[in-house]
Design a protein around this ligand. Structure first.
Ligand code: F6R
Length: 594
């Protein structure tokens, strides 16, 4: 969603802002803009990609500036609604990520006082309010403005008469990168890596006053000392590295992601969370909370925890929990979130914390809001994920979940040992799937001609059927639905015809015979079937139209190999359809609004 950047230094700021905005493109946006401070404030905005903005922008000189990628919420993606927004006099410019929920009241108040508004955005009230309170000192004016704002924001503000930038945050992310003779701020780490790996994560309620040589942080009017974090991501991690798309690069990184996850794995390690975390306290049990792809990792974890540890688990969408009046009675919760900034997740976490629930966050982003809200945080080893469609972060989540579970006493020690050796072999299994890429691409070419697809799975691969369908729908725009295979006959069968291919995940476990029955039922309705089957399965291929073989893992760890296969299937289907794979329409990487 919206991304903000800001620079104060000794170099021309315009190219720096534009490069930084390109590094935030992955968040999803539909218009962009910059403001550069020289003798006055020069502003340029455009609809569409940053490339368009770059081509259409005049060359502004100046070493202080702010920039923005906007994902429209209040008002269409037009030039007028694009950020930066200014006050009436043009002496202030503001970029904002988040939503100001009381903007309508503020706007009416400001209009009554004579302020003139140009856009339909909620953001525009911010420069007008700052102007109202401005008496020669930007820091004071911003400090007075913030208590008037309800909702979420990360803002960066510049003023015509000041050689500094003021930033503030409440609910939306903001990181300050500390350079030499320059400082740069952004919604996320990637734009900063070119300049520094030393960062300050701003917390809610804090204000940063930034010059080229100094960064002062204050809270409630008093200066505070913040710790400096060192980021271990590299510039190469945020480049395409010869691949056509970030998504393909990220799919190919998965053997390494898995390797990294198991490199230091020692089954005799002290668990991150003790036995009490899994226990049922006063009738309250374990909850897993997530959205989208991360929710599907939660479904796999539920199955694994229930089977291996015999502990009941509730998996809920954070986007549902946050709006329920009843707080789910959970003693402990695992929150899965790649970005650590998903608004639905953060609101639900706050609600659970208020009800004394202890939360373990599993996230990919150090210093993210989820990590700061959680009681404990486990970091996934995926590195930066820039394609909107989650791939390697999902596999990294599964790896952390498996490791977490396998450090606990489990019901069946033999199975535990088998899973541990499976996970150790998993980088090779993942590579085997990547080596089969051209066959998977052929299957994708076949699927890419259809408008509707079903994905079916059972048991631990039910969540993977949902994930396979989500992946292909979001990047190829083919309508795809995932189902628990046994549910087809309870309704979805009505839609099956010869032009509705079904992708079936066939597992060698207690669900095998039932899945073959489901495939026969589907074939009787003339729908083509593509089946993901193990190397040692020689029955299923007799029933279906196409097969994709996956390595012989235990069914409990098969979600990893099945998912990687389905990611490639989605990627190539989208490629054959000519879709903008890394930036699917209407979607954002980090969903920072509820
Ligand atoms: C799909 C996808 C989304 C995210 C969801 C949650 O490919 O990426 O469904 O999984 O928006 O995001 P996080 O995990 O950052 O909370």
């Amino acid at each position: 969603m919206c991304g903000i950047v800001g620079y104060v230094g000794n170099k021309p700021t315009q190219p720096i802002l534009l490069r930084a905005l390109k590094k935030l493109e992955y968040r999803g946006y539909d218009s962009a803009g910059i403001a550069v401070l020289d003798r006055g404030i020069s502003i340029h905005k455009d609809t569409g990609r940053v490339e368009i903005l770059e081509r259409s922008a005049p060359m502004f000189s100046g070493v202080i500036g702010i920039g923005h990628t906007r994902w429209a919420t209040h008002g269409e993606p037009t030039k007028v609604n694009a950020h930066p927004h200014v006050d009436c006099t043009g002496k202030l410019a503001v970029v904002h990520n988040g939503v100001i929920t009381n903007y309508q009241q503020l706007k009416e108040e400001l209009i009554r006082e004579g302020h003139k508004f140009l856009s339909e955005t909620d953001t525009e009230v911010i420069p007008h309010l700052i102007e109202k309170y401005y008496a020669g000192d930007l820091e004071t004016a911003v400090t007075e403005t913030l208590p008037r704002l309800k909702g979420s924001y990360a803002i960066a503000v510049i003023a015509k008469t000041e050689n500094r930038m003021v930033v503030a945050k409440n609910g939306s992310p903001l990181v300050i990168g500390l350079g030499t003779n320059e400082n740069i701020v952004a919604s996320d780490i990637p734009p900063l890596l070119e300049y520094t790996n030393r960062v300050i994560y701003l917390d809610d309620g804090e204000i940063g006053i930034i010059t080229k040589d100094t960064v002062k942080i204050s809270k409630s009017g008093r200066e505070i000392t913040k710790s400096i974090s060192v980021v271990d991501w590299k510039i190469d991690d945020v480049e395409k590295g010869g691949y056509d798309h970030f998504m393909l690069k990220e799919i190919h990184e998965q053997p390494n992601v898995i390797r990294k996850a198991i490199i230091n794995y020692d089954p005799s390690l002290t668990p991150m969370v003790g036995g009490d975390f899994w226990g049922n306290k006063g009738g309250k049990g374990l909850l897993i909370l997530a959205c989208g792809t991360s929710y599907h990792a939660g479904l796999v974890a539920k199955y694994a925890i229930e089977e291996l540890m015999d502990i009941p688990v509730l998996v809920e969408f954070a986007s549902e929990v946050n709006h329920r009046e009843r707080v789910i009675p959970a003693a402990n919760a695992i929150v899965l979130t790649q970005s650590g900034e998903t608004a639905d997740v953060l609101v639900s976490m706050k609600k659970l914390k208020a009800a004394n629930c202890s939360i373990l966050a599993i996230t990919n982003v150090r210093g993210s809001s989820a990590s700061r809200l959680a009681n404990k945080t486990l970091y996934t080893q995926a590195g930066p994920e820039l394609s909107v469609a989650a791939t390697k972060s999902f596999i990294a989540q599964l790896m952390e979940l498996y490791k977490l579970i396998l450090l606990q006493p489990v019901v069946n020690e033999g199975l535990r040992q088998q899973l541990i050796s499976d996970l150790r072999l998993m980088p090779n299994y993942a590579q085997q799937i990547l080596d089969n890429e051209s066959h998977i691409s052929d299957c994708a070419m076949y699927l890419s001609q259809y408008s509707n697809l079903f994905y079916i799975g059972r048991g631990i691969n039910y969540g993977i059927a949902l994930e396979g369908a989500l992946k292909i729908k979001e990047i190829s725009y083919i309508h795809a639905e995932g189902f628990a295979a046994g549910e087809l006959k309870h309704g979805p069968f009505a839609l099956l015809q010869k032009d509705t291919p079904v992708v079936a995940i066939v597992n060698q476990d207690s669900t095998y015979d039932a899945m073959l029955t489901n495939i026969k039922e589907v074939k009787s309705r003339k729908s083509p079937v593509i089946a993901l089957i193990r190397e040692d399965d020689h029955e299923t291929e007799k029933l279906v139209d196409m097969i994709i073989r996956v390595p012989n893992t235990h069914s409990m760890s098969s979600p990893i190999v099945n998912t990687i296969t389905l990611q490639l299937l989605a990627y190539y289907a989208a490629k054959y359809r000519g879709c903008p794979i890394d930036f699917p329409r209407n979607l954002a990487k980090s969903v920072t609004v509820e």
